[in-house]
Design a protein around this ligand. Structure first.
Ligand SMILES: Nc1ncnc2c1ncn2[C@@H]1O[C@H](COP(=O)(O)OP(=O)(O)OP(=O)(O)O)[C@@H](O)[C@H]1O
Length: 272
């Protein structure tokens, strides 16, 4: 899908620019009078990209994810998913957009214990009242995460990492444009975390999905194409092909230099 954009070139020239998977334009979110959780965040994520959202505790990461995913409404600014502006949508339409275009993975697994692994993976299809063989699609999603053999089990019989893989299958079963993941590896040991991150990476590389993942963990950020950094609700830096040590350094600097603006938008130090 392409949107026509004018400007920059000779007047009247029209440039076809791919519509971003996710676009935030001047997004702010305040809670009550005093708390400005997000402040004028502008971010454009092309399709087929894996982005890690990082920052110190309280910097606004979860609020960003909630606003970007249409789970919360910004106080001002616009959010577009696949070019669709969420701001004017009523709750019913917003719910449909979320169902059709977005997948979610959270640290808390939110699997339904009374359903089988297969039913959990297929839950978005069941809830959407999909006609036809939802089981086939759920099984395909489970196969992609290596758990087809456990389809008939109760989630309680799976390990934490396996349960997170079911949650990932559930997030991918509708083939969403964007997968939002909030600390998806926060409760996992490093080896199991790497398995889940590899699956997210494969969803991007092999299926063309877009992944936006909040994480505290520099090792997890390494799996992303880009890390973006929040500080006190503002987007203060972006790093391409983030390496864990570099990410640690940026986080250390953000901890000590509140709002110093030393990181420009491409993740390089200002002046360097
Ligand atoms: N529902 C809410 N009501 C009031 N304040 C809120 C609410 N949600 C978030 N905040 C505040 O907004 C700010 C950003 O919170 P947010 O949860 O987005 O940060 P975070 O970077 O995800 O933190 P953490 O890494 O600790 O999860 C914090 O000051 C938080 O207290």
């Amino acid at each position: 899908m392409f949107r026509r954009r004018t400007g920059g070139l000779a007047s009247g020239t029209v440039v076809a620019e791919p519509v971003a998977a996710l676009e935030l334009d001047g997004v702010s979110r305040a809670f009550g009078e005093g708390v400005r959780a997000l402040e004028d965040v502008t971010l454009r994520i092309p399709a087929g990209r894996f982005v890690a959202v990082m920052g110190r505790s309280g910097s606004g990461k979860s609020t960003l994810l909630q606003c970007a995913a249409g789970l919360d409404r910004p106080t001002s600014g616009t959010v577009r998913i696949g070019g669709r502006d969420l701001s004017g949508l009523n709750e019913a339409t917003l719910t449909r957009v979320r169902r059709d275009r977005v997948g979610f993975v959270f640290q808390a697994l939110n699997l339904v214990p009374s359903l089988t692994v297969l039913e959990n993976a297929g839950l978005p299809l069941l809830l959407a009242g999909q006609e036809g063989p939802w089981e086939d699609e759920a099984l395909r999603a489970l196969t992609a995460v290596g758990l087809a053999g456990r389809a008939g089990d109760s989630p309680a019989r799976l390990s934490g990492g396996q349960q997170q893989r079911v949650a990932l299958a559930r997030a991918l079963v509708t083939e969403p444009a964007v997968v939002f993941a909030d600390e998806p590896t926060g409760a996992l040991d490093p080896v199991t975390a790497a398995e889940v991150l590899a699956l997210l990476r494969a969803a991007v590389d092999e299926r063309g999905r877009t992944v936006v993942m909040v994480t505290h963990d520099p090792a997890a950020a390494q799996w992303a194409d880009e890390a973006v950094f929040l500080h006190e609700g503002r987007l203060v830096g972006r790093v391409e092909r983030p390496e864990a040590e570099h990410v640690r350094e940026v986080l250390r600097e953000l901890g000590g230099t509140a709002g110093s603006g030393r990181w420009n938008r491409s993740g390089h130090r200002n002046g360097s």
